[in-house]
Ligand binder design. Structure first.
Ligand code: AMP
Length: 352
């Protein structure tokens, strides 16, 4: 057990790291953030920061020597860097969770082997593969890079087979997958936390609305079109967590269809669709992640209100902060980012 007073290392310096650090601090831990960027939303609320490249082995060694346990807030980190740190200090979740979640092919195969059903898909390593995949899956479909995609980035939609060359060029001609377009009614996610002793807790399943591939709102309780799928989707997520021996929060995203839940993707970490848990659940995703990586018992995920709504503040939306504060019931979260870009996650607001 890593006891309060110890130092938790967090790899990655964005808003997820910031909210993890705040949860850690409220339980008496110190936080040390490792990230390369000049501006670090997580670094602003941490006791220590190592600002270095993820390829800087000396900096990684120094970081590992300065902390008692390590976790990460983003999954697109080289597994070699994680292995280097893990040779010196415990890292949760483990490299196995990272390896599976970093690669869309590995992720889909892993989930299929456990009984999950993604959209029909095919691996694509060349334009010729793409033509063959279109012949198999048809259009509309979506081409996604195998690695490093997020918030709809690294994706190109195909409406006709004639779009193949343009889509292949749009994603930079990298290893990819083609996915059949899913005619879904709703999107939702399953959030769970698994402790070092194997205990699993799950939160209520939120209904997620996206705009332009980016999360806009999450709400609980979910409507009946989602509720009918939540038991099966949650059971699948628990099987995935157990098969990975995952420690910490794990998120699986799904499409609700009349044929059942279709698995979209997973994140081996806290997730934007769980921000509502800060006020909307007795223990938030951030608190339970910290509890799990420190080997503490997990907190209750019970709702604190009958209805919860979280809305992201993207880009220029951040200017609404004064108007939002005029609503005394709005819980405002700003991430301290100075540069406003379209679609950039600047903050969020939650109503119970
Ligand atoms: P992703 O980054 O893969 O989660 O994709 C971002 C968003 O694009 C999803 O949340 C969906 O709204 C949409 N999307 C991705 N893949 C598909 C698909 N196969 N069918 C329909 N919509 C999709």
């Amino acid at each position: 057990m890593i006891e309060p007073g110890a130092t938790i290392g967090i790899i990655g310096g964005g808003q997820l790291g910031r909210m993890l650090a705040l949860a850690a601090a409220s339980m008496g831990y110190r936080v040390h953030v490792f990230a390369p960027e000049a501006e670090l939303p997580a670094g602003d609320v941490a006791a220590d920061v190592t600002r270095a490249s993820y390829a800087d082995t000396a900096a990684l060694d120094g970081f590992a020597a300065a902390v008692d346990v390590v976790t990460f807030e983003f999954e697109n980190i080289d597994t070699a860097a994680i292995a280097r740190v893990a040779a010196r200090v415990p890292v949760y979740p483990s490299a196995k969770s990272l390896e599976v979640a970093q690669d869309r092919v590995a992720e889909k195969r892993f989930v299929e082997a456990l009984g999950g059903q993604p959209a029909a898909w095919a691996a694509v390593d060349s334009l010729a593969d793409l033509d063959a995949a279109i012949a198999l899956l048809g259009c509309p479909s979506v081409l996604k890079t195998r690695r490093l995609g997020y918030d709809g980035k690294g994706q190109a939609r195909l409406t006709t087979p004639g779009d193949a060359a343009a889509a292949w060029a749009a994603i930079g001609g990298q290893p990819a997958i083609l996915e059949a377009w899913v005619d879904f009614s709703h999107e939702f996610s399953v959030l769970l936390a698994r402790g070092q002793d194997g205990e699993v807790v799950t939160w209520a399943v939120p209904h997620n609305s996206h705009q332009g591939g980016i999360l806009d709102t999450s709400r609980v309780p979910a409507p009946p079109e989602i509720a009918v799928h939540s038991a099966a989707a949650t059971a699948l997520a628990i099987r995935v967590a157990e098969a990975l021996e995952h420690v910490g929060v794990l998120t699986l995203e799904f499409f609700a269809t009349p044929e059942g839940p279709r698995f979209n993707e997973m994140a081996p970490r806290v997730h934007n669709s769980g921000h509502w848990t800060i006020e909307g659940a007795r223990a938030s995703q951030f608190e339970n992640h910290i509890r799990a990586v420190c080997g503490l018992p997990l907190g209750s995920t019970e709702l604190t209100a009958p209805e919860v709504l979280m809305k992201n503040l993207l880009g220029e939306d951040v200017h609404d902060w004064q108007r939002l504060l005029a609503d005394r019931r709005a819980h405002l979260h700003l991430y301290g980012k100075s540069e406003i870009k379209p679609g950039r996650k600047m903050g969020h607001v939650t109503w119970l």
